[in-house]
Ligand binder design. Structure first.
Ligand SMILES: [Zn+2]
Length: 308
C-alpha cells in the first residue's frame, strides 16, 4: 500500500520485452563487486510492463530516461554511418515521446549522444523534442557513450537545457579503464562553465561514491538519484546501508530522489529499501520517494497514486 507520493525518476522503456531482457543480460554491472541477494525486476520493460509495475507498486509518475549508445547496438547496426545513427537517435527519442504523449504518468528525458548528434544539430533536435514533442529533460551516460561531461560537443546542448529550463540526468560511476568519464569529479568543469544547469547524478556516484559528499558540498545545485547503489548496498565496493544513509544526510536528503533503473530493479522493493534506511527520519524518506523529484525535475504530477 502506498499512501505517499511515489515517483520513479529513472526508468528505462523498451519497444519490446525481448529487447529489454536482452539488454539486461548484456549490460554488466561490475562496479560494486559481487552481491548475491540483489532483487531484480521480473519485467522486460515495454510499456505494458512499465504500467503494470507502476500500478502494482503504487507509483504516480515515472521519468523515462532512455540511453542511446552505439556500443549497445547489435553488431550490424553498430557499423552504420554516423548520419544513419543520428536518424536512429532522433527516431528513438520521437518514439519515447509518442508513447508518453497519451500517458500523463510518464515524462520523457530524451537521449543525447555527442558522438552521434552533438553540437548545434544536437541542440536543435533537443529543442524540437521539448517544444513540439513534450520532452522534459535529457539523459546521458558518459561511460557507455565515451565522452567527458565537459566535452565541447555538449556545450550547445547544455546551453539549450538552461534556456529550455530542463534538467540533465547523467549516469555517474566508475569505469574500467580509469578514464573517469562519470565519476563525480568529472562534472566539476562543466558545472563551473554552466553553473545554472539543473544536473542530476544518478546512482549517487556509483562505485565512486566516496567522492560524492565533497562534490555535493562544492556544487549545491546538483541533485542525485538512488538507483542501483541502493540495490547493491552492502556489496564490496558499495556503501553499507548505514554508510549510504550517512552519505544522504551529508548531501542533504532534500536533494536525493528515488530511481529504480527499471526494468533492472523492482519498484516496490526499491521503495521499501528507501523506507528501511537507517538514520533518516520517515519524513525525509517519504520526500525521497516522490516529492523531491516532483520539485527538482518539475514533473507534471497531477494525482497521487491510488492507495491499494
Ligand atoms: Zn539507468
Amino acid at each position: 500500500m502506498a499512501d505517499e507520493l511515489r515517483i520513479d525518476c529513472h526508468l528505462h522503456l523498451y519497444e519490446t520485452k525481448a529487447a529489454g531482457l536482452r539488454e539486461k543480460e548484456t549490460y554488466e554491472i561490475w562496479e560494486y563487486g559481487p552481491k548475491q541477494d540483489v532483487v531484480f525486476a521480473r519485467f522486460g520493460g515495454d510499456i505494458e510492463d512499465a504500467e503494470a509495475a507502476m500500478a502494482e507498486a503504487g507509483y504516480a509518475h515515472a521519468v523515462i530516461a532512455n540511453l542511446f549508445a552505439i556500443a549497445l547496438l547489435d553488431e550490424g547496426l553498430r557499423s552504420a554511418a554516423m548520419h544513419v545513427q543520428a536518424e536512429r537517435l532522433r527516431a528513438f527519442n520521437r518514439w519515447a515521446c509518442d508513447v508518453a504523449a497519451t500517458r500523463g504518468q510518464l515524462s520523457v528525458f530524451v537521449a543525447v549522444d555527442p558522438t552521434v548528434l552533438g553540437g548545434d544539430p544536437g541542440a536543435a533536435h533537443l529543442r524540437e523534442m521539448v517544444e513540439r514533442h513534450g520532452a522534459r529533460g535529457v539523459k546521458i551516460h558518459p561511460v557507455v557513450q565515451r565522452f567527458l561531461p565537459d566535452d565541447l560537443r555538449m556545450h550547445p546542448i547544455y546551453q539549450a537545457c538552461i534556456d529550455l529550463d530542463i534538467p540533465v540526468l547523467s549516469h555517474s560511476g566508475s569505469d574500467r579503464d580509469g578514464a573517469a568519464y562519470a565519476e563525480p569529479v568529472a562534472f566539476a568543469g562543466l558545472l563551473r562553465r554552466f553553473p545554472d544547469l539543473n544536473l542530476v547524478l544518478a546512482h549517487l556516484g556509483g562505485g565512486a561514491w566516496r567522492q560524492t559528499a565533497a562534490f555535493a558540498e562544492a556544487f549545491p545545485q546538483v541533485s542525485f538519484d538512488l538507483c542501483e547503489i541502493l540495490a547493491w548496498a552492502g556489496a564490496p565496493n558499495a556503501p553499507s546501508a548505514e554508510e549510504l544513509a550517512k552519505l544522504i544526510l551529508d548531501v542533504g536528503p532534500q536533494r536525493v530522489m528515488l530511481g529504480t533503473d527499471f526494468p533492472w530493479y523492482d519498484l516496490a522493493d526499491t521503495a521499501n529499501r528507501v523506507m528501511d534506511l537507517p538514520l533518516l527520519s520517515s519524513e525525509q524518506k517519504s520526500q525521497m520517494l516522490g516529492a523531491n523529484a516532483a520539485r527538482i525535475l518539475r514533473l507534471p504530477v497531477t494525482k497521487r497514486a491510488e492507495a491499494r
